[in-house]
Write a protein that binds this ligand. Sequence first.
Ligand code: SF4
Ligand code: FES
Length: 232
Amino acid sequence: MAEHITLTIDGERASVEIGSTLMEAARQMGASIPTICYHEATTSNGLCRTCVVEVEGQRLLQPACLVKAAEGMKVRTGGDRVVRARRTILEMLSSTMDLSEAGEIQEMMDEYGADQGRFPGAHRREAELKDDNPMYVRDYSKCLLCWRCVQVCADDAQYTFALSFDGRGFETQIGTFFDRTIPETTCVLCGQCVGVCPTGALKHKREHLLEQGMSTQQISVLNTGRKRRRNG
Ligand code: SF4
Ligand code: FES
């Protein structure tokens, strides 16, 4: 039987398995914690910090998706400080990138009363749409650098290592090694990266073409032509 530890979440005693994260402990107690970079299929890296909580005795807010619960911890999941931090993160994100297709994040912004215009002079992340393969398109102006796609392409799932990240600070970006086109990489077009992307930065080609106004028939003709060229 798994060993347990006891901690306090929002004033309630919680007993959780050793190794549980604060987020797992909080959810077990019915507390809701917002997440952006966390995904159950990928390793947590604590990148976005929307999941932060207060832990008594610790100066900094702690990312609940990453920090393990410990015996006797006292955790607050939704005090003023936590709410302010989450709201500010959402405001910074919305002022630097295109969240128009990130429905869950938009809902979070409403819930936390985030002001999209709080940082009007912020430098926005701009990028040209990359349309270089038959399966999906990449629009990195919508990328919030959660790394989910990189990890699912690597040893969290596919072991293909076609996607990576590059640069530092604001210049950090997701892409392929040496910025190669997707067909020039090890990508096997599995589509798992598209499935875990929270913002629409990665999108199935068919969905993209439908949004561009093409009919399903035109898309079929396009795909048939492509197959013929490939086989012929
Ligand atoms: S492309 Fe999507 S999944 Fe990949 S890092 Fe950007 S937002 Fe995350
Ligand atoms: S969800 Fe925990 S740091 Fe992003």
